[in-house]
Design a protein around this ligand. Structure first.
Ligand code: HEM
Ligand code: SF4
Length: 687
């Protein structure tokens, strides 16, 4: 299957269009619509009828010509102003009217841009070192691994309805510029005793239960990568709590099992996924001699022109103010890059771009061209990133983007990350100075405020920031200025903010900012409005959002499980592992039986294997072809179960698959009947 086929399929857009129409005409409920659109990277905003549409760029890679596609999107859809680069190296639109989302997705698809599985409970964009393929420090260019991972997992039945989202990053060396510490799975290229491979980190994440990833494996071989990733996903699928989605990430599994047991379970799962894995699919990179003395590019993106490992060529970061680009800027940037002969462009985790293979003489013309577009090379002080906050996010409490525009990281280019709520989508825990929004009462009045985190770093050897005091939103610019000045005065030569802030400790900052935290009654009127707002502050967050994804019908989940187990069965058989294939086939039967029993509304949906045929016969009195078909098939299977070989297997599987097809059809028919009954019932209740 070509890459295009996997990432982009027209039928996706037809389905979304149909779902929107069905929803508007009352044939499906809101949850079913949400499930369809999240799968295609489309979130609801708090503004009724408007959506955020996120395109997915593995490793942040975007071709200059594709910028024209993004521009066309802005020009063709009603009232859009700009696109936005995200902290996972994606590019997204805001304020897209729901009815126009299929048109936008079709338009992007024409330019080879996908949004498939950019949101919802799936594997999110695989992010990576911004310098992958060009960094002098790297052991290997991880781009082929990123691409292979994205291709392996997209539309994979295992990843279509995970308990929650799943984030993966790749770094080319131990410095870990892609910040594996905050990912569900961080993958870091390394060498051990002369062998080439990867270190695996797992269970990192930000937000209210921020946790740094732990080491899952110190070293795995290159060809073990994809089955290892699959094994972690299988753990997530099997053990994460589907009922409590807010506690359904890998970090909670690490917490629940403890590191040792988590690792043991991973290895158990890996034994199965690796046994089925076709090694021909393993990505193989070109390993090089890493230059440990070369510059580390830093938190998710370099802030200065960097020499590449290709002699005489440079990587040039492009500062994109606020991460936003208009159609005119997109077109201008494409023209500039083409004029200068550059084809390698990437979105970076600090909401900027980076362009590669620029010869020394080409840096100045590039910088001049960027300036004309309102872009430029990064200037010290502008390392400020904000999440959408109340501008568009359903969970936003404060106006993070507006205050971020007023902040400056000073001559030492401090990393400042501003978030509209405690979910910290813009990474406050790994910033020099991080903020997240909250409402705080003073004299009975709610004041828009920010909690502070200080001295964080997501790089190897880093740590999450420690808490500082809460500050009213109006005083955030003052707080930043004061911290910055104190740093400039107090730092030892060449000392980083990370080291200086930790040397000072939390008490120092409490004192430094003490007057900014105190609110006197007469100041209330000045502090009660958030930046850019004329109305008095109140928390408008719905508190729910769509980040936990849509509810999945258990029957749909079972059908996905069957598809995944069938894939395993075929993979085992392809490697002549008939004993494993037989176990997978038994699992397929059990899952299909369960699906049929659920669809038929049976009370006991998980009978013992030996009683399944009888249970189906009782539950499906009107559809006895399927029940009888199963009984006959299972009898044959039981006879051959331990003696399957290449002679018997194909015939048995052919019959099994024919039966599965009719079982699936029956499930869908019964499911549709049930949904129709439910719809009629709720319509009657409303009437
Ligand atoms: C409980 C709910 C949510 C949690 C825990 C959450 C968490 C996160 C985290 C940790 C990130 C940054 C990490 C990364 O991308 O690797 C992120 C990114 C992002 N999230 Fe959320 N999120 C939630 C809900 C939402 C919602 C409802 C929206 C708004 C529609 C949203 C919008 C974004 C955006 C736009 C980014 C990329 C940030 C940027 O670069 O602009 N998130 N989210
Ligand atoms: S941090 Fe909060 S306000 Fe900001 S995008 Fe994430 S969920 Fe929304």
């Amino acid at each position: 299957m070509s890459e295009q086929d996997i990432f982009i399929r027209q039928e996706d857009f037809d389905r979304l269009e149909q779902a929107i129409q069905d929803y508007q005409e009352g044939r499906i409920d809101h949850n079913s619509l949400v499930a369809e659109r999240l799968m295609l990277g489309t979130y609801g905003q708090w503004q009724e009828g408007l959506c955020m549409v996120r395109s997915k760029l593995p490793g942040g890679r975007v071709r200059p010509r594709q910028l024209l596609g993004y521009a066309e999107g802005l020009e063709n859809i009603t009232c859009l102003e700009n696109v936005h680069i995200t902290t996972r190296q994606d590019i997204q639109y805001n304020n897209v009217p729901l009815e126009e989302t299929p048109a936008l997705l079709r338009l992007l698809a024409k330019h080879g841009i996908t949004s498939r599985e950019a949101c919802g409970n799936t594997v999110r964009n695989v992010s990576g070192c911004p310098m992958a393929g060009f960094c002098p420090r790297e052991h290997v260019d991880v781009m082929p691994h990123i691409d292979a991972t994205a291709r392996y997992l997209i539309r994979n039945p295992l990843t279509q309805s995970l308990p929650r989202k799943f984030k993966i990053s790749y770094s080319g060396c131990e410095a870990d510029c892609a910040q594996g510490a905050i990912q569900d799975l961080g993958i870091v290229a390394t060498r051990k005793e002369g062998r080439e491979g990867f270190k695996l980190l797992a269970g990192g994440g930000l937000g209210p239960h921020a946790r740094q990833a732990v080491v899952l494996e110190e070293f795995i071989e290159e060809e073990a990568l994809l089955p290892a990733i699959e094994a972690v996903l299988a753990l997530h699928d099997k053990y994460s709590d589907r009922a409590r989605r807010s506690r359904s990430r890998i970090k909670f599994l690490v917490e629940r099992f403890g590191v040792d047991e988590f690792v043991r379970k991973f290895r158990e799962e890996y034994a199965r996924t690796s046994a089925a894995f076709d090694n021909a699919r393993a990505p193989r990179g070109e390993w090089r001699q890493a230059r440990e003395d070369a510059l580390v590019c830093g938190h998710g993106a370099p802030r200065q022109v960097m020499p590449q490992h290709q002699p005489g060529l440079y990587a040039v970061p492009i500062d994109v103010p606020g991460g936003d680009l208009t159609a005119q800027q997109l077109r201008g940037l494409c023209a500039l890059l083409e004029r200068e002969g550059h084809s390698e462009l990437r979105a970076t985790q600090d909401q900027n771009f980076i362009v590669f293979n620029v010869p020394e003489a080409g840096i100045e013309p590039l910088a001049d061209g960027l300036k004309e577009l309102g872009l430029g090379l990064p200037r010290a002080g502008t390392n400020v990133v904000a999440c959408p906050g109340t501008r568009t996010c359903q969970l936003g409490i404060t106006s993070s983007r507006t205050v971020a525009k007023m902040l400056d990281g000073g001559s030492h280019d401090l990393t400042i990350r501003v978030n509209g709520c405690q979910n910290t989508c813009a990474h406050s825990e790994i910033a020099d100075i991080g903020f997240f929004g909250k409402g705080k009462r003073h004299f009975g009045k709610l004041i828009p405020s920010y909690a502070i985190r200080l001295g964080g770093s997501g790089l190897a050897g880093g740590a999450f920031g420690f808490p500082g005091p809460d500050i009213p939103a109006a005083r955030v610019p003052m707080a930043v200025k004061r911290i910055q000045e104190a740093f400039e005065e107090g730092r030892a030569e060449d000392e980083s903010f990370f080291s200086w802030s930790r040397r000072q400790g939390a008490g120092y900052f409490e004192e430094l900012l003490a007057d900014l935290t105190q609110v006197r009654e007469f100041e209330l009127s000045m502090l009660q409005r958030d930046h850019g707002e004329s109305a008095v502050f109140r928390v408008q967050s719905s508190g729910v959002g769509e980040c936990a994804g849509a509810h999945t019908d258990p029957l749909d989940k079972l059908l996905l499980d069957i598809a995944y187990e069938r894939n395993l069965r075929d993979a085992f058989a392809a490697k002549s592992k008939y004993k494993d294939a037989a176990e997978s086939l038994a699992n397929v039967f059990a899952l299909a039986g369960q699906a049929l029993l659920i669809a038929a509304g049976a009370e006991d949906t998980t009978p013992d294997e030996s009683e399944l045929a009888q249970a189906l016969a009782e539950a499906l009195p009107d559809d006895n072809e399927v029940a009888e078909g199963f009984a006959g098939l299972y009898e044959q299977f039981a006879d051959w179960r331990t003696g399957l070989d290449e002679l018997v297997y194909p015939g048995l599987v052919e019959k099994a698959d024919a039966w599965l097809k009719s079982a699936r059809l029956l499930c869908r028919t019964l499911q549709a009947r049930r949904k129709e009954q439910e719809r009629k019932k709720s319509a009657q209740e409303v009437a």
